[in-house]
Design a protein around this ligand. Structure first.
Ligand SMILES: CSC[C@H]1O[C@H](OP(=O)(O)O)[C@H](O)[C@@H]1O
Ligand SMILES: Nc1ncnc2[nH]cnc12
Length: 289
């Protein structure tokens, strides 16, 4: 299978100026409107499909993003490997603003989002103990070195609903729970990518220390925007390095992200809802035939 690298740009990353031969893809989704039409382009020999998570001009708040439509459209566009770029707050002194955390775990504290493509009429339970693709993380780590990005491999991203930032009590609680960073968008995005059999990894780019530190003002968006601009420039270099060394053929994921549906469907074929099956044509087409 040919590899296509998907990039979801978060706060501060609304396009990838380095893409060549760019064209907007006209893809509709049975799951509704994606944040923006996906853009196809090339970085060297690597086909890239880019989507700004919050839409043009940062129109959508984290709770209003149609994560299902975004992932479905990226699947239809042929994305095999997906990298999320996200701003985040830090819970560790050793992860100061400017650090890129290649997260390997998530905690989901969201409560106002559609979290699955599956449900009544076609129930599926995908494995999610290891939510990111180790291959992609290894490639991102190499790219981070080349791009001169301060980075760490591994970390736990807690996803809060937002859009307000955490209270100090919440911030201290997430830190005590073992979270490394906090953001508002990687859930359910990572879950949906797994259901769609797309290998996923997230670059969590620290912009602030959230609200847990004593004697410090809480987090404010003005400071975040400033750091975000600097992080965004480094992120673009990182993606260019990642693409430069990206394989032409999709590498099978060692933890099976790209075959997540092999044993996941539990609804008996005769009890499946044809209307839902029709909507699953892209996401689950490989196993539904
Ligand atoms: C503008 S700061 C808060 C905002 O930034 C992060 O978004 P993204 O993950 O898309 O970079 C965070 O999750 C909030 O949505
Ligand atoms: N402190 C924070 N909390 C939640 N999302 C964020 N995005 C950037 N900084 C954040």
């Amino acid at each position: 299978m040919k590899a296509t690298l998907g990039i979801i740009g978060g706060s501060g990353v609304y396009d990838l100026a380095e893409l060549t031969r760019v064209r907007e893809l006209d893809i509709t989704s049975p799951w509704g409107m994606p944040s923006a039409p996906p853009k196809e382009g090339w970085l060297g020999e690597t086909r890239v499909v880019f989507m700004p998570r919050h839409g043009a001009g940062h129109r959508l708040s984290p709770s209003d993003i149609n994560y299902r439509a975004n992932i479905d459209v990226l699947k239809r566009a042929g994305v095999t490997d997906l990298v999320s770029l996200s701003a985040c707050g830090s819970y560790r002194e050793d992860l100061p603003p400017g650090t890129f955390v290649l997260v390997d775990q998530f905690m989901d504290r969201t409560f106002r989002r559609e979290t699955s493509f599956f449900g009544a009429g076609c129930v599926a339970h995908v494995a999610f103990s290891d939510p990111v693709s180790p291959n992609l993380v290894a490639r991102l780590a190499n790219a981070a070195v080349e791009a001169g990005a301060r980075h760490v491999v591994g970390g736990t991203y807690v996803c809060m609903e937002g859009p307000q930032f955490s209270t100090r009590a919440e911030s201290l609680a997430y830190k005590a729970m073992g979270a490394s960073v906090v953001g508002m968008t990687n859930m359910p995005e990572a879950k949906l990518a797994r259901e769609a059999e797309i290998a996923y990894a997230s670059v969590a780019m620290v912009t602030d220390y959230d609200a847990w530190r004593p004697h410090e003002d809480g987090v404010g968006v003005a400071e975040i925007l400033e750091v975000m601009r600097e992080n965004g420039a480094v992120a673009r270099r990182l993606i260019a390095s990642l693409a430069a060394a990206f394989p032409a053929e999709h590498e099978p994921c060692p933890i099976g992200s790209d075959r997540a549906l092999d044993f996941a469907l539990v609804t008996a074929p005769e009890h499946r809802d044809p209307a839902l099956l029709a909507k699953l044509d892209a996401v689950a087409g490989r196993v539904l035939g």
